[in-house]
Design a protein around this ligand. Structure first.
Ligand code: GS8
Length: 219
């Protein structure tokens, strides 16, 4: 079964990192194919004809799209090892709520910080702190969002920590000063091999972001 797992990837993508972390957590071997998003492969267009976006997981020739859908799929198919989602329906609903909250906010707020400037950048910085404070509230005194063990919400959020340096450098602020509990959680996650081996170096992300800005003609 494992031989038939292919990931359509793009290395700086936090969405794709979620899938790589979930696969690593489950110990699944897979083939990783790097996409050029400026010149998409026919395979990507065929496997995700609706959005034409990575990540796509191809399992036994069949595509699964959308990172959170993929992580849930991985959790259900490879259920032999530790679970990412809790089994209790209420706790599952809560994990999905927070993952959805991350999806509705973090990428777009973050982009307004690293690619933006002026008033809107300042506003986005404030929105990011509110977002993180809400996440810290949910974390409470737990080790992970999943409680004692690393779970679905951790997988959903932790890839974005590779972008923190880019947000902080472009926005000229410190996330740690504003949200120390979140940074302590991020450091805890980095102690896990599934995370540390997946996340690119923050400086590499920064260089990529600045190159992309130039390519897109953003000043
Ligand atoms: C987002 C994937 C995405 O934005 C998910 O998988 O969770 N909701 C989706 N993929 C981007 C790269 S990361 O910024 C992508 O593939 N973009 C190509 C395009 O927009 O053409």
């Amino acid at each position: 079964m494992e031989k038939e797992v292919v990931l359509l990837d793009f290395w700086p993508s936090s969405f794709a990192m979620r899938v790589k972390i979930a696969l690593a957590e489950k110990g699944i071997k897979y083939e990783c194919r790097e996409e050029n998003l400026f010149d998409k492969s026919p395979l990507l267009v065929e496997m995700n004809p609706v959005h034409k976006k990575i990540p796509v997981l191809i399992h036994n020739g069949k595509p699964i799209c959308e990172s959170l859908v993929i992580v849930q799929y991985i959790d259900e198919v490879w259920h032999h090892s530790s679970h990412l989602l809790p089994s209790h329906p209420y706790l599952r609903s809560q994990a999905k709520f927070w993952a959805d909250y991350i999806d509705k906010n973090l990428y777009s707020i973050g982009k307004r910080i690293w690619a933006g400037k002026g008033e809107d950048q300042e506003l986005a910085k404030k929105e990011l702190i509110v977002f993180f404070r809400n996440m810290e509230g949910e974390l409470g005194d737990k080790l992970y969002f999943g409680g004692e063990s690393f779970g679905f919400v951790d997988v959903a959020l932790v890839p974005f920590t590779a972008w923190f340096y880019t947000y902080e450098t472009r926005g000229n602020f410190s996330i740690e000063v504003e949200c120390p509990k979140l940074i302590a959680w991020a450091k805890r996650c980095m102690e896990k091999e599934s995370v540390s081996k997946t996340l690119p170096h923050p400086h590499k992300i920064y260089d990529y972001a600045m190159e992309l800005k130039k390519k897109l003609g953003i000043e």
